[in-house]
Design a protein around this ligand. Structure first.
Ligand code: ATP
Ligand code: MG
Length: 229
């Protein structure tokens, strides 16, 4: 259990290398309070996705440490981890199935839970406008949706699990500016309820973030609110 003072994410002296002696993250330390909205920016190859991969336990942490809600990453059991951490990947994978099934992903949520998640992601309106609403097939790989709508479905999918931490790797593909604003709006509304770590390719997405972390060659070079950068 954790109280409000236990950080949601605590990274200390994290150094990580894919290839021995060629670290891509250098002595990185970062504390993210419960309910905070952090944005991460940085040029290509700066280590943004690597940091997210480590948070997701895709690779073991060999040097330094990462704790989530006060518990070391490698001692959190899988079920707890899946419940606590939600991911919106850069290129979400959509099933050739209905909107409902794409949000539910076999977890057996009720329609009310699915709709609540869709509303929080601001996906409800466009889903409700489809000819069969939540039962409308989205096509192979979500082919009948725009890339922005796919991202909103992915946000709804992540939120359905009621994660305490939401990791978002913003889509690099072209997203219409209206959808972009919707993603911004959804993130802003989640502020304080969920801890958000958003990798952004567009500064506008994280305009309202509490803090923006700038990564440069695997080091944090700047951290501050939007206006200070
Ligand atoms: P982008 O904005 O292009 O997504 P990024 O900030 O996410 O970049 P990373 O993908 O974290 O950058 O890459 C950081 C460094 O690690 C780069 O030099 C990259 O070439 C290297 N790298 C990434 N993935 C691997 C891997 N699986 N094996 C070896 N090196 C990798
Ligand atoms: Mg990346």
């Amino acid at each position: 259990a954790s109280d409000g003072s236990t950080p949601a994410v605590d990274i200390a002296h994290l150094t990580f290398a894919y290839v021995e002696n060629q670290p891509v993250l250098h002595d990185l330390s970062l504390t993210i309070p419960q309910g905070a909205f952090f944005g991460i920016v940085g040029h290509t190859g700066s280590g943004k996705s690597t940091l997210l991969s480590l948070l997701l336990r895709f690779y073991p942490v060999a040097q330094g440490s990462i704790a989530i809600n006060g518990v070391a990453l490698d001692s959190i059991d899988n079920e707890r981890f899946r419940a606590d951490v939600g991911l919106v990947p850069q290129d979400p994978f959509l099933l050739a199935a209905s909107a409902r099934e794409n949000i539910d992903m076999g977890r057996g949520y009720t329609q009310a839970q699915i709709e609540a998640a869709a509303r929080a992601a601001h996906a409800h309106d466009f889903i409700a406008a489809l000819e069969h609403g939540y039962d409308t097939p989205l096509g192979e790989g979500g082919s009948r949706l725009s890339s922005g709508q796919k991202q909103l479905i992915a946000i709804a999918r992540a939120l359905a699990g009621q994660p305490r931490i939401l990791l978002l790797d913003e889509a690099t593909s072209r997203i219409d500016s209206q959808t972009e604003q919707i993603v911004q709006l959804a993130l802003n509304e989640l502020r304080g309820k969920v801890t958000i770590i958003a990798i952004a390719h567009r500064l506008s997405t994280i305009r309202e973030a509490d803090r923006i972390i700038v990564l440069n060659h695997g080091r944090i070079t700047e951290a501050g609110p939007h206006d200070a950068l």
